[in-house]
Write a protein that binds this ligand. Structure first.
Ligand code: NOJ
Length: 552
Protein backbone atom coordinates (compact mmCIF):
# COMPACT_ATOMS: atom_id res chain seq x y z
CA UNK A 1 0.00 0.00 0.00
CA UNK A 2 1.43 3.35 -1.00
CA UNK A 3 1.65 6.46 1.13
CA UNK A 4 -0.09 8.35 -1.63
CA UNK A 5 -3.15 6.14 -0.99
CA UNK A 6 -3.07 5.88 2.77
CA UNK A 7 -1.51 9.09 4.07
CA UNK A 8 -3.79 11.07 6.40
CA UNK A 9 -6.57 8.48 6.67
CA UNK A 10 -6.03 8.65 10.44
CA UNK A 11 -9.50 7.33 11.26
CA UNK A 12 -8.63 3.91 9.80
CA UNK A 13 -6.43 3.15 12.81
CA UNK A 14 -7.83 5.52 15.45
CA UNK A 15 -8.90 4.81 19.02
CA UNK A 16 -12.04 6.89 19.61
CA UNK A 17 -13.12 7.79 23.16
CA UNK A 18 -16.61 9.16 23.73
CA UNK A 19 -17.35 11.31 26.74
CA UNK A 20 -19.86 13.78 28.05
CA UNK A 21 -18.17 16.86 29.51
CA UNK A 22 -20.76 17.15 32.28
CA UNK A 23 -20.02 13.71 33.76
CA UNK A 24 -16.27 13.52 33.14
CA UNK A 25 -14.42 15.88 35.52
CA UNK A 26 -15.65 18.86 37.54
CA UNK A 27 -12.93 21.44 38.02
CA UNK A 28 -14.83 24.33 39.61
CA UNK A 29 -16.52 22.22 42.29
CA UNK A 30 -20.08 23.03 41.28
CA UNK A 31 -21.08 19.38 40.74
CA UNK A 32 -21.07 19.55 36.93
CA UNK A 33 -18.16 18.37 34.79
CA UNK A 34 -16.51 21.07 32.71
CA UNK A 35 -14.01 21.76 29.90
CA UNK A 36 -11.33 22.73 32.41
CA UNK A 37 -11.76 19.36 34.09
CA UNK A 38 -11.41 17.60 30.76
CA UNK A 39 -8.30 19.65 29.89
CA UNK A 40 -6.71 18.28 33.08
CA UNK A 41 -7.55 14.73 32.09
CA UNK A 42 -6.21 14.81 28.53
CA UNK A 43 -2.94 13.26 29.71
CA UNK A 44 -4.83 10.36 31.25
CA UNK A 45 -6.46 9.77 27.86
CA UNK A 46 -3.16 10.17 26.01
CA UNK A 47 -1.55 7.61 28.32
CA UNK A 48 -4.41 5.23 27.65
CA UNK A 49 -3.63 5.57 23.95
CA UNK A 50 -6.73 7.45 22.78
CA UNK A 51 -6.19 9.20 19.45
CA UNK A 52 -9.60 10.82 18.93
CA UNK A 53 -12.05 12.30 21.41
CA UNK A 54 -15.74 12.37 20.61
CA UNK A 55 -17.41 15.07 22.67
CA UNK A 56 -21.11 14.53 23.25
CA UNK A 57 -23.26 17.68 22.86
CA UNK A 58 -21.85 20.62 24.84
CA UNK A 59 -24.13 23.27 23.36
CA UNK A 60 -26.64 25.39 25.30
CA UNK A 61 -29.60 23.19 26.12
CA UNK A 62 -32.62 22.94 28.40
CA UNK A 63 -31.31 19.41 29.07
CA UNK A 64 -34.45 17.44 28.37
CA UNK A 65 -32.55 14.92 26.20
CA UNK A 66 -29.14 15.12 27.84
CA UNK A 67 -27.93 17.86 25.50
CA UNK A 68 -29.32 16.40 22.26
CA UNK A 69 -31.90 19.21 22.50
CA UNK A 70 -29.92 22.23 21.37
CA UNK A 71 -30.88 25.89 21.57
CA UNK A 72 -27.74 27.39 20.01
CA UNK A 73 -25.58 25.49 17.54
CA UNK A 74 -22.70 27.96 17.99
CA UNK A 75 -22.71 28.09 21.77
CA UNK A 76 -21.10 26.32 24.72
CA UNK A 77 -23.39 25.54 27.64
CA UNK A 78 -22.33 27.91 30.43
CA UNK A 79 -22.42 25.09 33.01
CA UNK A 80 -19.48 23.49 31.18
CA UNK A 81 -17.33 26.58 30.65
CA UNK A 82 -16.97 28.94 27.73
CA UNK A 83 -15.42 28.96 24.28
CA UNK A 84 -11.98 29.77 25.73
CA UNK A 85 -12.11 26.62 27.85
CA UNK A 86 -13.14 24.56 24.86
CA UNK A 87 -10.27 25.93 22.79
CA UNK A 88 -7.84 24.97 25.58
CA UNK A 89 -9.14 21.41 25.36
CA UNK A 90 -8.68 21.40 21.59
CA UNK A 91 -5.18 22.80 21.89
CA UNK A 92 -4.11 20.39 24.63
CA UNK A 93 -5.52 17.43 22.73
CA UNK A 94 -3.73 18.50 19.55
CA UNK A 95 -0.49 18.86 21.49
CA UNK A 96 -0.85 15.22 22.62
CA UNK A 97 -1.54 14.08 19.06
CA UNK A 98 -5.27 13.67 19.63
CA UNK A 99 -8.08 14.70 17.30
CA UNK A 100 -11.43 15.91 18.56
CA UNK A 101 -14.82 15.42 16.94
CA UNK A 102 -18.18 16.79 18.11
CA UNK A 103 -21.76 15.63 17.95
CA UNK A 104 -23.59 17.20 15.03
CA UNK A 105 -27.29 17.10 15.85
CA UNK A 106 -29.05 18.59 12.85
CA UNK A 107 -32.12 16.42 12.58
CA UNK A 108 -33.85 18.53 15.21
CA UNK A 109 -33.46 21.37 17.68
CA UNK A 110 -34.92 22.03 21.10
CA UNK A 111 -38.35 23.67 21.01
CA UNK A 112 -36.57 26.50 22.88
CA UNK A 113 -34.30 27.23 19.89
CA UNK A 114 -34.97 30.76 18.57
CA UNK A 115 -35.73 29.27 15.13
CA UNK A 116 -38.57 27.18 16.52
CA UNK A 117 -39.90 29.93 18.74
CA UNK A 118 -40.11 32.12 15.62
CA UNK A 119 -41.43 29.29 13.47
CA UNK A 120 -44.35 28.53 15.76
CA UNK A 121 -45.21 32.18 16.33
CA UNK A 122 -47.27 32.45 13.13
CA UNK A 123 -47.82 30.69 9.82
CA UNK A 124 -46.20 33.52 7.87
CA UNK A 125 -43.12 33.91 10.01
CA UNK A 126 -39.91 33.76 7.86
CA UNK A 127 -38.73 30.82 10.01
CA UNK A 128 -41.95 28.83 9.52
CA UNK A 129 -40.24 26.69 6.84
CA UNK A 130 -37.31 25.89 9.09
CA UNK A 131 -39.47 23.06 10.50
CA UNK A 132 -41.87 20.53 9.01
CA UNK A 133 -45.53 21.55 9.38
CA UNK A 134 -48.67 19.75 8.19
CA UNK A 135 -52.38 20.46 8.37
CA UNK A 136 -53.12 16.84 9.17
CA UNK A 137 -51.24 13.84 10.46
CA UNK A 138 -50.09 12.00 7.32
CA UNK A 139 -51.37 8.44 6.88
CA UNK A 140 -48.98 5.67 7.91
CA UNK A 141 -46.94 7.91 10.20
CA UNK A 142 -44.07 5.96 11.84
CA UNK A 143 -43.90 5.23 15.55
CA UNK A 144 -41.84 7.48 17.75
CA UNK A 145 -38.26 6.55 18.71
CA UNK A 146 -39.28 6.90 22.38
CA UNK A 147 -42.49 4.86 22.47
CA UNK A 148 -42.71 4.98 26.27
CA UNK A 149 -42.98 8.76 26.24
CA UNK A 150 -44.51 9.78 22.92
CA UNK A 151 -47.61 8.59 21.05
CA UNK A 152 -46.44 9.52 17.59
CA UNK A 153 -44.23 11.81 15.54
CA UNK A 154 -46.68 14.66 14.91
CA UNK A 155 -47.63 17.22 17.54
CA UNK A 156 -50.44 19.73 17.23
CA UNK A 157 -49.35 23.29 17.87
CA UNK A 158 -52.52 24.91 19.21
CA UNK A 159 -51.64 28.47 18.32
CA UNK A 160 -51.22 28.02 14.57
CA UNK A 161 -53.40 24.93 14.26
CA UNK A 162 -50.84 22.77 12.42
CA UNK A 163 -48.83 19.70 13.35
CA UNK A 164 -45.03 19.68 13.48
CA UNK A 165 -42.82 16.64 12.93
CA UNK A 166 -40.74 15.26 15.82
CA UNK A 167 -39.14 11.85 15.36
CA UNK A 168 -37.82 12.08 18.92
CA UNK A 169 -39.42 13.85 21.93
CA UNK A 170 -42.17 16.37 21.19
CA UNK A 171 -39.83 19.09 22.50
CA UNK A 172 -37.38 18.22 19.70
CA UNK A 173 -39.00 19.41 16.47
CA UNK A 174 -37.39 18.10 13.27
CA UNK A 175 -35.66 20.75 11.18
CA UNK A 176 -36.87 21.07 7.58
CA UNK A 177 -33.82 19.74 5.77
CA UNK A 178 -35.45 20.29 2.39
CA UNK A 179 -35.14 24.03 2.93
CA UNK A 180 -31.95 25.34 1.22
CA UNK A 181 -31.68 28.10 3.82
CA UNK A 182 -31.58 25.50 6.58
CA UNK A 183 -28.86 23.61 4.72
CA UNK A 184 -26.76 26.75 4.49
CA UNK A 185 -27.19 27.23 8.22
CA UNK A 186 -25.96 23.69 8.83
CA UNK A 187 -22.96 24.28 6.59
CA UNK A 188 -22.12 27.42 8.57
CA UNK A 189 -22.30 25.48 11.83
CA UNK A 190 -19.93 22.84 10.43
CA UNK A 191 -17.59 25.53 9.11
CA UNK A 192 -17.57 27.29 12.46
CA UNK A 193 -16.48 24.31 14.56
CA UNK A 194 -13.96 23.22 11.93
CA UNK A 195 -12.29 26.63 12.15
CA UNK A 196 -12.01 26.18 15.91
CA UNK A 197 -10.07 22.96 15.36
CA UNK A 198 -12.49 20.03 15.29
CA UNK A 199 -11.60 17.15 12.96
CA UNK A 200 -15.16 16.23 12.10
CA UNK A 201 -18.43 15.14 13.59
CA UNK A 202 -20.44 12.23 14.90
CA UNK A 203 -23.65 12.67 12.93
CA UNK A 204 -26.71 12.06 15.08
CA UNK A 205 -29.80 10.17 13.98
CA UNK A 206 -28.89 9.73 10.29
CA UNK A 207 -31.86 7.52 9.26
CA UNK A 208 -34.23 10.29 10.33
CA UNK A 209 -32.74 12.85 7.98
CA UNK A 210 -35.04 11.31 5.41
CA UNK A 211 -38.11 13.27 6.39
CA UNK A 212 -41.67 12.77 5.42
CA UNK A 213 -42.97 15.26 2.97
CA UNK A 214 -43.11 17.31 -0.10
CA UNK A 215 -40.58 17.85 -1.65
CA UNK A 216 -38.98 15.49 0.89
CA UNK A 217 -35.32 15.00 1.56
CA UNK A 218 -32.81 12.78 -0.18
CA UNK A 219 -30.53 12.07 2.78
CA UNK A 220 -27.81 10.76 0.46
CA UNK A 221 -27.73 13.95 -1.52
CA UNK A 222 -27.64 15.92 1.72
CA UNK A 223 -24.75 13.89 3.14
CA UNK A 224 -22.84 14.05 -0.14
CA UNK A 225 -23.04 17.81 -0.14
CA UNK A 226 -22.02 18.08 3.52
CA UNK A 227 -19.09 15.71 3.04
CA UNK A 228 -17.92 17.62 0.00
CA UNK A 229 -18.13 20.89 1.88
CA UNK A 230 -16.36 19.43 4.91
CA UNK A 231 -13.48 17.95 2.95
CA UNK A 232 -13.06 21.14 0.91
CA UNK A 233 -12.47 22.88 4.23
CA UNK A 234 -10.27 20.14 5.71
CA UNK A 235 -9.47 17.09 3.61
CA UNK A 236 -8.74 14.82 6.56
CA UNK A 237 -11.94 15.43 8.51
CA UNK A 238 -14.60 12.80 9.13
CA UNK A 239 -18.30 12.19 9.45
CA UNK A 240 -19.00 9.29 11.82
CA UNK A 241 -22.62 8.35 11.37
CA UNK A 242 -25.15 6.92 13.80
CA UNK A 243 -26.97 4.67 11.34
CA UNK A 244 -28.73 1.76 12.99
CA UNK A 245 -29.89 0.09 9.77
CA UNK A 246 -29.25 -3.20 7.96
CA UNK A 247 -25.88 -3.49 6.21
CA UNK A 248 -27.23 -2.86 2.70
CA UNK A 249 -28.61 0.50 3.76
CA UNK A 250 -25.46 1.34 5.69
CA UNK A 251 -23.45 0.67 2.56
CA UNK A 252 -25.54 3.27 0.76
CA UNK A 253 -24.86 5.75 3.57
CA UNK A 254 -21.13 5.29 3.01
CA UNK A 255 -21.82 6.38 -0.55
CA UNK A 256 -21.10 2.85 -1.80
CA UNK A 257 -18.01 2.53 -3.93
CA UNK A 258 -17.79 6.29 -4.37
CA UNK A 259 -17.32 6.57 -0.61
CA UNK A 260 -18.55 10.16 -0.67
CA UNK A 261 -21.11 10.25 2.17
CA UNK A 262 -20.33 9.15 5.74
CA UNK A 263 -16.67 8.36 6.38
CA UNK A 264 -17.39 5.93 9.22
CA UNK A 265 -20.44 4.21 10.69
CA UNK A 266 -21.03 2.29 13.87
CA UNK A 267 -21.60 -1.41 13.31
CA UNK A 268 -24.90 -1.80 15.17
CA UNK A 269 -25.64 -5.17 13.59
CA UNK A 270 -22.28 -6.59 14.64
CA UNK A 271 -22.69 -5.23 18.16
CA UNK A 272 -26.10 -6.86 18.58
CA UNK A 273 -24.86 -10.18 17.27
CA UNK A 274 -21.89 -9.98 19.62
CA UNK A 275 -24.32 -9.92 22.55
CA UNK A 276 -26.28 -12.80 21.07
CA UNK A 277 -23.03 -14.75 20.78
CA UNK A 278 -22.15 -13.92 24.38
CA UNK A 279 -25.59 -14.99 25.59
CA UNK A 280 -25.37 -18.30 23.73
CA UNK A 281 -21.66 -18.89 24.30
CA UNK A 282 -21.63 -19.50 20.57
CA UNK A 283 -19.46 -17.43 18.22
CA UNK A 284 -21.59 -18.08 15.14
CA UNK A 285 -24.00 -15.11 15.26
CA UNK A 286 -21.06 -12.70 15.41
CA UNK A 287 -19.12 -14.65 12.78
CA UNK A 288 -22.13 -14.58 10.45
CA UNK A 289 -22.60 -10.85 10.80
CA UNK A 290 -18.89 -10.27 10.13
CA UNK A 291 -19.18 -12.34 6.97
CA UNK A 292 -22.20 -10.33 5.87
CA UNK A 293 -20.55 -6.95 6.39
CA UNK A 294 -20.14 -5.23 3.05
CA UNK A 295 -16.55 -4.68 1.98
CA UNK A 296 -15.95 -0.95 2.04
CA UNK A 297 -14.02 1.43 -0.16
CA UNK A 298 -10.57 2.31 1.14
CA UNK A 299 -11.55 5.63 2.74
CA UNK A 300 -14.57 4.23 4.57
CA UNK A 301 -14.40 2.49 7.92
CA UNK A 302 -16.51 0.56 10.42
CA UNK A 303 -16.62 1.84 14.00
CA UNK A 304 -16.84 -1.06 16.46
CA UNK A 305 -18.34 -0.66 19.91
CA UNK A 306 -19.76 -2.71 22.76
CA UNK A 307 -21.42 0.15 24.66
CA UNK A 308 -22.57 3.66 23.95
CA UNK A 309 -24.48 6.34 25.88
CA UNK A 310 -27.92 5.10 24.75
CA UNK A 311 -29.83 1.92 25.43
CA UNK A 312 -27.86 -1.10 24.28
CA UNK A 313 -30.25 -1.65 21.44
CA UNK A 314 -31.19 -5.15 20.33
CA UNK A 315 -33.71 -4.00 17.74
CA UNK A 316 -32.07 -5.80 14.82
CA UNK A 317 -32.38 -9.22 16.46
CA UNK A 318 -35.53 -11.30 16.15
CA UNK A 319 -37.98 -11.21 19.04
CA UNK A 320 -36.80 -14.65 20.21
CA UNK A 321 -33.11 -13.68 19.97
CA UNK A 322 -33.75 -10.45 21.85
CA UNK A 323 -35.44 -12.42 24.65
CA UNK A 324 -32.41 -14.73 24.86
CA UNK A 325 -30.13 -11.74 25.36
CA UNK A 326 -32.55 -10.13 27.83
CA UNK A 327 -32.75 -13.33 29.85
CA UNK A 328 -28.96 -13.69 29.94
CA UNK A 329 -28.00 -10.09 30.65
CA UNK A 330 -31.06 -8.11 31.75
CA UNK A 331 -33.24 -10.62 33.61
CA UNK A 332 -35.17 -7.91 35.49
CA UNK A 333 -37.61 -5.70 33.65
CA UNK A 334 -35.95 -2.66 35.26
CA UNK A 335 -32.71 -3.43 33.41
CA UNK A 336 -34.45 -2.95 30.06
CA UNK A 337 -35.69 0.09 28.24
CA UNK A 338 -38.05 0.77 25.31
CA UNK A 339 -38.68 -3.00 25.04
CA UNK A 340 -35.68 -3.16 22.75
CA UNK A 341 -32.58 -2.42 24.79
CA UNK A 342 -30.55 -2.86 27.96
CA UNK A 343 -29.51 -0.11 30.35
CA UNK A 344 -26.50 -1.84 31.87
CA UNK A 345 -22.79 -1.73 31.20
CA UNK A 346 -20.79 -4.79 30.16
CA UNK A 347 -19.06 -5.78 33.44
CA UNK A 348 -22.31 -6.02 35.42
CA UNK A 349 -23.91 -8.04 32.63
CA UNK A 350 -20.99 -10.45 32.81
CA UNK A 351 -21.23 -10.67 36.62
CA UNK A 352 -17.89 -8.90 36.90
CA UNK A 353 -15.96 -11.92 35.59
CA UNK A 354 -12.61 -10.39 34.53
CA UNK A 355 -11.83 -13.21 32.05
CA UNK A 356 -15.12 -12.67 30.29
CA UNK A 357 -14.87 -8.87 30.28
CA UNK A 358 -11.31 -8.98 28.91
CA UNK A 359 -12.29 -11.45 26.22
CA UNK A 360 -14.93 -9.00 24.95
CA UNK A 361 -12.57 -6.03 24.88
CA UNK A 362 -9.84 -8.09 23.24
CA UNK A 363 -12.41 -8.88 20.57
CA UNK A 364 -13.43 -5.24 20.23
CA UNK A 365 -9.85 -4.18 19.52
CA UNK A 366 -9.16 -7.07 17.15
CA UNK A 367 -12.21 -6.76 14.90
CA UNK A 368 -11.56 -5.11 11.54
CA UNK A 369 -12.39 -1.44 11.94
CA UNK A 370 -11.86 1.33 14.46
CA UNK A 371 -12.75 0.80 18.15
CA UNK A 372 -14.91 3.34 19.98
CA UNK A 373 -14.89 3.33 23.79
CA UNK A 374 -17.49 4.95 26.03
CA UNK A 375 -15.88 6.68 29.03
CA UNK A 376 -15.41 4.44 32.05
CA UNK A 377 -15.28 1.23 30.02
CA UNK A 378 -11.51 1.15 30.44
CA UNK A 379 -11.87 0.80 34.22
CA UNK A 380 -14.95 -1.45 34.13
CA UNK A 381 -17.56 0.95 35.47
CA UNK A 382 -21.07 -0.33 36.17
CA UNK A 383 -24.41 1.44 35.96
CA UNK A 384 -26.85 3.02 38.39
CA UNK A 385 -30.25 1.43 37.83
CA UNK A 386 -31.84 3.91 40.21
CA UNK A 387 -31.40 6.52 37.49
CA UNK A 388 -34.23 6.64 34.96
CA UNK A 389 -33.97 5.17 31.46
CA UNK A 390 -30.76 5.67 29.58
CA UNK A 391 -29.27 7.82 32.36
CA UNK A 392 -28.30 4.58 34.16
CA UNK A 393 -25.05 4.41 32.16
CA UNK A 394 -24.31 8.15 32.24
CA UNK A 395 -22.95 8.36 35.79
CA UNK A 396 -19.85 10.38 36.76
CA UNK A 397 -16.43 9.07 35.80
CA UNK A 398 -14.80 7.29 38.75
CA UNK A 399 -11.34 8.81 39.18
CA UNK A 400 -10.48 7.61 42.69
CA UNK A 401 -12.02 6.19 45.85
CA UNK A 402 -12.63 9.59 47.48
CA UNK A 403 -16.07 11.15 47.86
CA UNK A 404 -17.97 11.37 44.55
CA UNK A 405 -15.33 9.13 43.02
CA UNK A 406 -13.03 12.14 42.68
CA UNK A 407 -15.30 13.50 39.96
CA UNK A 408 -16.23 16.59 41.98
CA UNK A 409 -15.68 18.13 45.39
CA UNK A 410 -19.23 19.48 45.51
CA UNK A 411 -21.73 18.04 47.96
CA UNK A 412 -23.02 14.81 46.51
CA UNK A 413 -26.58 16.05 46.30
CA UNK A 414 -25.38 18.80 43.92
CA UNK A 415 -23.83 16.36 41.44
CA UNK A 416 -25.17 16.35 37.90
CA UNK A 417 -25.81 12.61 38.43
CA UNK A 418 -25.21 10.34 41.42
CA UNK A 419 -22.15 8.11 41.25
CA UNK A 420 -22.65 4.39 40.72
CA UNK A 421 -23.45 2.74 44.06
CA UNK A 422 -22.34 -0.53 45.65
CA UNK A 423 -20.01 -3.11 44.17
CA UNK A 424 -19.15 -1.18 41.02
CA UNK A 425 -18.90 2.16 42.84
CA UNK A 426 -15.67 4.18 43.24
CA UNK A 427 -14.53 2.25 46.32
CA UNK A 428 -14.03 -0.81 44.09
CA UNK A 429 -13.70 0.60 40.59
CA UNK A 430 -11.60 3.71 39.98
CA UNK A 431 -8.83 4.95 37.70
CA UNK A 432 -6.28 5.88 40.41
CA UNK A 433 -6.10 2.40 41.92
CA UNK A 434 -5.95 0.74 38.52
CA UNK A 435 -3.15 2.99 37.27
CA UNK A 436 -0.70 1.45 39.71
CA UNK A 437 -1.96 -2.10 39.33
CA UNK A 438 -0.34 -3.98 36.41
CA UNK A 439 -3.14 -6.57 36.53
CA UNK A 440 -5.99 -4.06 36.32
CA UNK A 441 -8.48 -3.69 33.50
CA UNK A 442 -7.00 -0.25 32.79
CA UNK A 443 -3.54 -1.79 32.34
CA UNK A 444 -5.11 -4.40 30.06
CA UNK A 445 -6.73 -1.66 27.95
CA UNK A 446 -3.43 0.19 27.67
CA UNK A 447 -1.73 -2.95 26.44
CA UNK A 448 -4.54 -3.79 24.03
CA UNK A 449 -4.40 -0.29 22.60
CA UNK A 450 -0.62 -0.43 22.18
CA UNK A 451 -0.90 -3.73 20.33
CA UNK A 452 -3.84 -2.50 18.27
CA UNK A 453 -1.91 0.59 17.22
CA UNK A 454 1.06 -1.53 16.22
CA UNK A 455 -1.19 -3.82 14.18
CA UNK A 456 -2.33 -1.54 11.39
CA UNK A 457 -3.85 -4.48 9.52
CA UNK A 458 -6.79 -4.34 11.97
CA UNK A 459 -7.78 -1.01 10.45
CA UNK A 460 -6.78 -1.77 6.90
CA UNK A 461 -6.60 -5.48 6.30
CA UNK A 462 -8.76 -8.18 4.82
CA UNK A 463 -10.82 -10.36 7.12
CA UNK A 464 -11.10 -14.16 6.96
CA UNK A 465 -13.24 -16.11 9.41
CA UNK A 466 -11.49 -19.41 10.04
CA UNK A 467 -13.31 -22.61 10.88
CA UNK A 468 -12.06 -23.56 14.35
CA UNK A 469 -14.01 -26.79 14.50
CA UNK A 470 -15.97 -25.71 17.60
CA UNK A 471 -18.91 -23.28 17.55
CA UNK A 472 -17.94 -21.44 20.71
CA UNK A 473 -14.60 -20.18 19.37
CA UNK A 474 -14.14 -17.35 16.92
CA UNK A 475 -10.90 -17.45 14.98
CA UNK A 476 -10.33 -14.61 12.57
CA UNK A 477 -7.40 -13.61 10.45
CA UNK A 478 -6.65 -10.13 9.22
CA UNK A 479 -4.21 -9.89 6.36
CA UNK A 480 -2.64 -6.58 5.48
CA UNK A 481 0.12 -5.51 3.15
CA UNK A 482 2.43 -4.96 6.11
CA UNK A 483 1.66 -8.16 7.98
CA UNK A 484 -1.05 -10.40 9.29
CA UNK A 485 -2.52 -11.56 12.54
CA UNK A 486 -4.84 -14.21 13.89
CA UNK A 487 -7.20 -13.56 16.80
CA UNK A 488 -8.81 -16.33 18.83
CA UNK A 489 -11.71 -15.80 21.24
CA UNK A 490 -13.37 -18.47 23.34
CA UNK A 491 -16.99 -17.55 24.09
CA UNK A 492 -17.38 -20.56 26.34
CA UNK A 493 -16.99 -20.87 30.09
CA UNK A 494 -15.26 -24.20 29.42
CA UNK A 495 -11.71 -24.77 28.18
CA UNK A 496 -11.42 -25.78 24.53
CA UNK A 497 -8.85 -27.37 22.27
CA UNK A 498 -8.91 -26.17 18.69
CA UNK A 499 -7.13 -27.06 15.52
CA UNK A 500 -7.40 -24.89 12.42
CA UNK A 501 -5.77 -24.20 9.09
CA UNK A 502 -4.13 -20.88 8.36
CA UNK A 503 -5.66 -19.12 5.39
CA UNK A 504 -3.95 -19.24 2.06
CA UNK A 505 -0.93 -17.06 1.81
CA UNK A 506 0.11 -17.41 5.43
CA UNK A 507 2.27 -20.41 4.58
CA UNK A 508 3.35 -23.68 6.12
CA UNK A 509 5.63 -23.78 9.16
CA UNK A 510 4.63 -20.19 9.88
CA UNK A 511 5.63 -18.90 13.28
CA UNK A 512 2.84 -17.33 15.31
CA UNK A 513 4.02 -14.98 18.02
CA UNK A 514 1.74 -14.19 20.96
CA UNK A 515 1.03 -10.45 21.18
CA UNK A 516 -0.73 -10.31 24.55
CA UNK A 517 1.42 -12.80 26.46
CA UNK A 518 4.76 -14.60 26.15
CA UNK A 519 5.36 -17.41 23.73
CA UNK A 520 4.00 -18.56 20.44
CA UNK A 521 3.16 -21.56 18.29
CA UNK A 522 4.40 -22.94 15.01
CA UNK A 523 2.10 -24.15 12.26
CA UNK A 524 2.82 -27.60 10.92
CA UNK A 525 3.98 -28.19 7.35
CA UNK A 526 0.35 -28.17 6.17
CA UNK A 527 -0.22 -24.80 7.81
CA UNK A 528 -2.33 -26.19 10.69
CA UNK A 529 -2.26 -24.77 14.19
CA UNK A 530 -3.37 -26.37 17.48
CA UNK A 531 -4.22 -24.34 20.54
CA UNK A 532 -5.45 -25.18 24.03
CA UNK A 533 -7.73 -22.42 25.30
CA UNK A 534 -8.86 -21.61 28.80
CA UNK A 535 -12.42 -20.52 29.58
CA UNK A 536 -13.12 -17.16 27.88
CA UNK A 537 -9.56 -17.16 26.53
CA UNK A 538 -8.38 -14.53 24.08
CA UNK A 539 -5.23 -14.66 21.93
CA UNK A 540 -3.65 -12.37 19.37
CA UNK A 541 -1.02 -14.03 17.20
CA UNK A 542 1.25 -12.24 14.77
CA UNK A 543 1.97 -14.40 11.76
CA UNK A 544 5.66 -13.98 11.30
CA UNK A 545 7.08 -13.75 7.87
CA UNK A 546 10.64 -12.91 6.99
CA UNK A 547 9.76 -9.48 5.62
CA UNK A 548 7.81 -8.35 8.73
CA UNK A 549 9.98 -5.66 10.30
CA UNK A 550 7.89 -5.15 13.40
CA UNK A 551 9.06 -6.11 16.87
CA UNK A 552 6.59 -8.97 16.96
C1 NOJ B 1 -29.43 9.78 19.12
C2 NOJ B 1 -28.65 10.00 20.37
O1 NOJ B 1 -27.65 9.02 20.46
C3 NOJ B 1 -29.63 9.94 21.53
O2 NOJ B 1 -28.96 10.00 22.76
C4 NOJ B 1 -30.62 11.06 21.38
O3 NOJ B 1 -31.62 10.96 22.39
C5 NOJ B 1 -31.30 11.02 20.02
N1 NOJ B 1 -30.36 10.84 18.95
C6 NOJ B 1 -32.04 12.30 19.75
O4 NOJ B 1 -31.11 13.31 19.48
Amino acid sequence: MRLTDTGDLWWKTAVVYCLDIETFMDFNDDGVGDFEGLAHRIDYLAELGVTCLWLMPFYPTPGRDDGYDIIDFYGVDSRLGHHGDLVEVLRTAKDRGMRVIADLVVNHTSDQHPWFKASRSSRDNPFRDFYVWRDEIPKGAPTNVFPDKEDGVWQLDEKTGQYYLHNFYHHQPDINLANPKVRDEIAKVIGYWMELGFSGFRVDAVPFLQQDGDPGVDPHELLRSLRKYLTRRAGDSVLLGEVNLPFEEQYEYFGGEASDELTMQFDFVGMQNLYLSLARQDARPLADSLRERPVLAQESQWANFVRNHDELTLDKLTEAERMEVFEAFAPDEGMRVFDRGIRRRLPTMLAGDPRHVRMVYSLLFSLPGTPVIFYGEEIGMGENLEQPGRLAVRTPMQWNSAANGGFSRARSRRLVAPVTPDGFGPAHVNAADQRTDPDSLLAFFEKLIRRYRASVEIGWGELTIIDAGVDCVLVHAIQGTEGSMIAVHNFSSDPQVIDFALPNGMGSNAELVELLRDGGVVADEKGRVSLALEAFDHRWLRVHSTDDKRLS
